[in-house]
Design a binder for this molecule. Structure first.
Ligand code: TXD
Length: 332
């Protein structure tokens, strides 16, 4: 909303709503993100999915609009299977693709999801050429790389969501160990979204008190291990990958961009080798702390890792390079 006064001095409100499109919008993560974005009343939402699930997409959009009567939001949520409908989107969120089934690793999805992300990115570049893109599909860092290459968008306009989910899980486990509120715990997680993610104790605190002062090394290691295995554990329990916390994480990132909040997230970014503190890692997308504002990914924050953390980060980078090398978009 923007307030302005007319010539007679009357105050008026102009609706300055933004537009967000969610590709894969009929799926678990996409529809949850769409509803949470809608609830914030700052943007209209297009949920786009395949023609074959058009009825399901439309039905979910109607359901979300009807929830607005109860919750009081006036956002319009539109179901669609036509790319013309994503025109003029401020942010396009890509959640389309296969999720993990129990026993699968995120990397098992590489080949099939690369095809899907390639097709979608081509359409995003055509129909929403000025948008920022948030990629969510797994394996996330590699899919973020594909989206950046195929759209041809600048680095700051293509961002991957995973770290915000991993940090949420880490905060939950730490909160139980420390018996303090989750929201008073700040953590950073670097590296690939997967077994080689790198929770960073030296960049984790309870209201600024370094976590090392509050937790034994064994308890910290237990929380780290639970965080690393959390996605797989939930997939086993639910039968598919989680969607509630992922949907909320997406909505937080979208909100920071459209309202120019400049909030800091652990997120997947394309590194050029110039970023300070990341050992010169380049030509990959990987999790680092970033500032999200109206231009998308406005800055990668520099970090000073302990030697043992740097070792883990380098191993994570090596793993991501392996994955990138398998991508069609990289091999050409
Ligand atoms: O932290 C993270 N990044 C993640 C990522 C957290 C949770 C889930 N993560 C990944 O998101 C998961 O491994 C999958 O790769 C995606 C989507 O997971 P979701 O649980 O939402 O999967 P669903 O429910 O199967 O939804 C996928 C939707 C479904 O409606 C398909 O019809 C649609 O994607 N789909 C497509 N839409 C448009 N265009 C194409 N080509 C397409 N292919 C599938």
């Amino acid at each position: 909303m923007m307030i302005y006064t007319d010539l007679l001095g009357h105050l008026s409100l102009i609706d300055m709503k933004h537009k967000i499109s969610v590709i894969g919008g009929a799926g678990n993560v996409g529809s949850t993100a769409a509803i949470e974005i809608a609830r914030r009343d700052a943007a209209d939402v297009v949920m786009l999915d395949l023609e074959v699930v058009r009825d399901k997409t439309m039905g979910k959009a109607h359901d979300a609009n009807q929830a607005g009567s109860i919750l009081g939001y006036s956002t319009v949520i539109m179901g669609s299977s036509e790319y013309e409908d994503i025109k003029d989107s401020d942010v396009v969120v890509i959640t389309a693709g296969l999720p993990r089934k129990p026993g699968m690793s995120r990397d098992d999805l590489l080949e099939i999801n690369e095809k899907i992300i390639t097709e979608i990115s081509t359409n995003v570049a055509k129909y929403a050429p000025d948008s920022k893109v948030i990629v969510v599909t797994n394996p996330i860092d590699a899919m973020n790389y594909v989206a950046r290459k195929v759209t041809g968008f600048e680095n700051h306009r293509v961002i991957g969501m995973a770290g915000e989910l991993d940090t949420a899980r880490f905060r939950d486990f730490l909160s139980k160990k420390l018996n303090v509120a989750r929201k008073d715990i700040d953590v950073t997680i670097l590296g690939t979204h997967g077994d080689q993610m790198v929770p960073v104790p030296e960049a984790s605190s309870v209201r600024g008190i370094c976590i090392d002062n509050l937790l034994s090394a064994e308890d910290m290691e237990e929380c780290v291990q639970k965080t690393v295995s959390a996605g797989g554990d939930l997939t086993r329990m639910i039968g598919t990958s989680a969607w509630i916390a992922p949907g909320m994480a997406i909505a937080e990132m979208v909100t920071s961009i459209i309202l120019d909040q400049k909030r800091v997230f652990s997120a997947s970014a394309y590194l050029t080798g110039e970023e300070q503190g990341y050992g010169g890692a380049k030509d990959i997308c990987i999790g680092v702390p970033v500032v999200l504002g109206k231009d998308g990914l406005e800055r990668v924050l520099p970090i000073n890792m302990r030697p043992e953390t740097m070792e883990k980060f380098k191993a994570s980078v090596a793993k991501e390079i392996e994955k990138r090398n398998k991508l069609k978009v990289f091999k050409g």
